[in-house]
Design a protein around this ligand. Structure first.
Ligand code: GLN
Length: 194
């Protein structure tokens, strides 16, 4: 089992370190060829416009979509990664995968509190609550019927999943808490074992 980390821009090393701590192999993904033999993919936080534009330029949007056609290729998007997975984005929208039926509103937590930390209750992870790090995070404005909310903060969904796809508006890679990485790794393993 090999988990890829899209390595165009953003929190690549931070994700790598988390998987390392879990004893899992990860691979840096920069071009379509890197997707061979991959069991799952993480799209890190960063700047969605930049990441989307370069993904398009490198042919990664088509290549990743092709890979998901089997319905067995888990992808987890954190923050900018969430935006790149959203089917709809309000306002100027970046080139993206659009695999999850939801609407994302970029930088929508307002200027004053655009970056903050908050304890998030995530039933799937048990207690204690998870330390959510939000950095100019998107809000999820609409969730499609097939998308399940996994956690909310101030009545806004901040973590959700849809089949093989997982999205978090916050940044688990910037904490010491391995539980979301473990959750995704379990999802990858389930699909990998078929
Ligand atoms: N605000 C960024 C965007 O719109 C996302 C920020 C992040 O990933 N921390 O892409």
């Amino acid at each position: 089992m090999r988990i890829g980390i899209l390595s165009i821009q953003g929190d690549v090393r931070e994700h790598e370190r988390m998987f390392q701590r879990l004893g899992l192999e990860s691979a840096r993904i920069r071009q379509p060829e890197d997707l061979v033999d991959l069991s799952g993919l993480v799209i890190p936080g960063g700047e969605s416009t930049t990441i989307g534009m370069l993904m398009q330029e490198y042919g990664l949007i088509d290549a990743i979509k092709e890979k998901t056609r089997s319905g067995h290729f888990p992808i987890w998007g954190t923050c900018a990664g969430l935006i790149l997975l959203a089917k709809e984005v309000l306002g100027p929208s970046p080139a993206r995968l659009g695999l999850v039926d939801m609407t994302a509103d970029r930088n929508a937590w307002g200027r004053q509190v655009s970056s903050f930390e908050a304890d998030i209750a995530i039933a799937a992870l048990g207690s204690p609550p998870y330390p959510g790090v939000f950095i100019r995070a998107p809000r999820i404005k609409r969730l499609g019927q097939e998308v399940t909310a996994l956690a909310s903060y101030q009545d806004q969904v901040v973590m959700a999943e849809s089949g093989p796809y997982l999205v978090t508006a916050f940044h688990p890679e910037l904490t010491d808490d391995l539980r979301v990485h473990q959750y995704f790794a379990q999802k990858v393993e389930t699909y990998w074992r078929g």
